[in-house]
Design a protein around this ligand. Structure first.
Ligand code: SAH
Length: 365
């Protein structure tokens, strides 16, 4: 197992604190200013560690662009609105969204593009692709303080947020943390769970089975609550797409990925992507407790099919050469087939407006 500059930094902190919770470990591995995974590289694509839906096919962003255009029309074509993407990666999804919405008169003129991104490397990539649209980069949702409606999209953003791992032992709840053993290598340990995490656990989980693991993310819940506040204050809709489960469940889903293969979460900290499966029921529950209307979750396959991805593929195939046709077909199947991204990936929409009709959620789970 390789070590890295971050290995020593984390070990030093553990020596001082005695241990480190998984949330802090994940946040450092992904977001440490000098050595964090996202802070130092562009991890996407065939030569990177993983491929995301917008990198698989332009049709992903085109469908979401049409979905956003439809909502802007239903909102009464506001003359000013904020279009916000959280965790835009290379900017590919937004580039496809903006190409698709260009032909809708008034949409681009009304749009104030905002990007929430922590990585300087990815900000530079986004600037190159999206600079002509005058984006404003923000670090925090609190920066969006105005009275105009918002449309928010986030793809594979929530899975990168730090989680705490809670473990059921001897009829009580404990927290899984990172410690160092006598050979100076990382190991798991169990500590008493801080009471402040209990409100993040649903009742049926609280009485869950022995050795079960539950992942709770104060950071994710804080972000959903901030989106809820924004929607209630300014009006609008937010869309989250990610891999995860429709119902809260026990399970250790924290995984490390490097070069398109799984590895240990303790392997060369800062050089592997760390993610977890997103608990969509938690998002729905959190939003509903804030009086927000929830659409979905549904599967990515059902969502994209309802928005017409198959019709769009037919249109594009008509003008494609043999190699392009193969790319279009394989891309579409990768996005919607149940044995690929079609059913593991889920989609949920949040809105403050109980009368808003939102496309794509006919087959909610
Ligand atoms: N949406 C893109 C990228 C997904 S990867 C795609 O689908 O291809 C996760 C993205 O979220 C990266 O851009 C990463 O730098 C960003 N990110 C992760 N945690 C973040 C945080 N706490 N604040 C802001 N951006 C974050």
């Amino acid at each position: 197992m390789g070590s890295s500059p971050l290995t020593d930094i984390i070990k030093d902190r553990i020596r001082v604190q005695g241990f480190m919770d998984m949330g802090e470990y994940m946040a450092l591995c992904l977001g440490h200013p000098q050595h964090g995974y996202y802070m130092t590289r562009d991890p996407f694509g065939r030569n990177g560690d993983f491929i995301t839906a917008p990198e698989v096919s332009q049709m992903f962003g085109e469908m979401i662009g049409m979905w956003l255009a439809d909502l802007w029309i239903k909102m009464g074509r506001p003359s000013e609105f904020i279009l916000l993407e959280m965790g835009p990666g290379r900017g590919t999804l937004m580039e496809d969204i903006l190409r698709t919405t260009k032909s809708l008169p008034g949409f681009h003129a009304a749009m104030k593009l905002h990007l929430m991104e922590m990585s300087p490397v990815l900000k530079a990539a986004q600037k190159q692709k999206l600079g002509i649209y005058d984006p404003v980069w923000i670090d925090d949702l609190a920066a969006l303080n105005s009275a105009i409606p918002v449309l928010v999209v986030a793809n594979e953003f929530l899975d990168a947020l730090p989680v705490r791992q809670l473990v059921r032992r001897g009829g009580a709840w404990w927290e899984r943390v990172v410690a160092i053993d006598e050979n100076d290598t990382f190991r798991d340990a169990i500590k008493q769970m801080p009471g402040e995490l209990i409100p993040l656990m649903p009742d049926d989980i609280l009485s869950g089975h022995e050795d079960g693991v539950f992942e709770a993310s104060p950071v994710l819940n804080h972000i959903i609550k901030s989106v809820d506040i924004l929607l209630k204050k300014q009006g609008g809709v937010a869309l989250f797409l990610d891999y995860g489960h429709a119902h809260s469940a026990m399970g250790d889903t924290l995984q490390a990925m490097k070069d398109h293969a799984y590895t240990s979460i303790f392997d060369t900290p800062g050089s592997c992507d760390l993610t977890t499966h997103v608990d969509f029921e938690n998002i729905a529950r959190t939003a509903q407790s804030d009086d927000i209307i929830v659409h979905g979750p549904t599967t990515q396959g059902a969502f994209l099919k309802e928005l017409g991805i198959e019709v769009r593929a037919e249109r594009l195939l008509a003008g494609a050469n043999a190699a392009q046709a193969e790319d279009l077909r394989s891309g579409m199947h990768r996005l919607i087939d149940t044995d690929q991204m079609g059913s593991l990936f889920k989609v949920i929409a949040l809105t403050s407006d109980p009368n808003m009709e939102i496309a794509g959620f006919h087959d909610s789970l």
